[in-house]
Design a binder for this molecule. Structure first.
Ligand code: MG
Length: 248
């Protein structure tokens, strides 16, 4: 069942999502060659707590940290640690926060210093594929219109779309119905209605779409070792344009 949020609930969701967006803005200033991934995690956690919110991922199914960090061929769900970022890396940062009982969720992929042209292109196309998906999040469209738009765009650049992980409804829980795949034919699934809140999150690979999980049982990597990027925004469907809750 897809939970429809009232206008008041959407207002409440804005707070948690703004905190997530602010945390991303802060990290974008701090991500540089030489910083460790655990330092990034600490900065994020301190900021979220300072805002009176709670990191949403910490403790979720036993995940040990505030930020899910994915470097280079890592796709999602990497655990922060002593790894030092190098010039030329790309880093995916997925952050969730809960405030007043409502969740916010967003991901960004950032270049570390000077990155290769293909890495820069991957980041740009992943971000734009998310924008293409968001543009379909309108009353009257169906769910997979979003999915199809993401896939079409990413594949038009020769990149591939991860299948095993998908976006989701969001609200009083981090993961609500419906699942939001980043691929598929258009015109399927539920009709989109005002008050639906969705986290749309394409994961795009330079090589093949297949992924595997490392022995830490968390970190998802591309099966072929190619670069991967991840962008995510939480949006609310309105009578008009979609409202993006995780951009400042
Ligand atoms: Mg998410």
């Amino acid at each position: 069942m897809i939970i429809i949020k009232s206008e008041r609930e959407i207002e409440l969701m804005k707070t948690a999502n703004r905190i997530v967006a602010e945390t991303h803005a802060l990290l974008a200033e701090r991500v540089k060659p030489g910083i460790t991934t655990i330092d990034i995690d600490r900065i994020a956690e301190e900021y979220i707590l300072k805002c009176g919110a709670t990191p949403a991922f910490k403790g979720y199914n036993g995940f040990p940290a505030t930020v899910c960090i994915a470097v280079n061929e890592q796709v999602v769900h990497g655990i922060p640690g002593q790894r030092i970022l190098k010039d030329g890396d790309i880093i995916g940062l997925d952050i969730g926060a809960v405030k007043n009982g409502y969740y916010g969720d967003a991901a960004r992929t950032l270049p570390v210093g000077d990155v290769s042209p293909i890495a820069r292109k991957l980041i740009e196309v992943t971000k734009d594929s998310l924008n293409q998906g968001i543009a379909q999040a309108r009353v009257g469209n169906r769910l997979t219109d979003i999915s199809h738009a993401v896939q079409q765009y990413a594949e038009s650049y020769g990149f591939s779309v991860v299948r095993q992980y998908v976006g989701h409804g969001i609200g009083r829980k981090m993961h609500e119905a419906p699942q939001v795949p980043n691929y598929g034919v258009p015109g399927r699934g539920p009709r989109l209605k005002k008050g639906m809140a969705l986290a749309i999150e394409p994961m795009i690979n330079v090589g093949g779409w297949e992924v595997k999980i490392l022995s830490d049982r968390w970190t998802v990597v591309t099966a072929d070792g190619s670069l991967s990027a991840h962008y995510e925004d939480t949006i609310a469907i309105t009578d008009g344009d979609p409202m993006i809750l995780t951009r400042l």
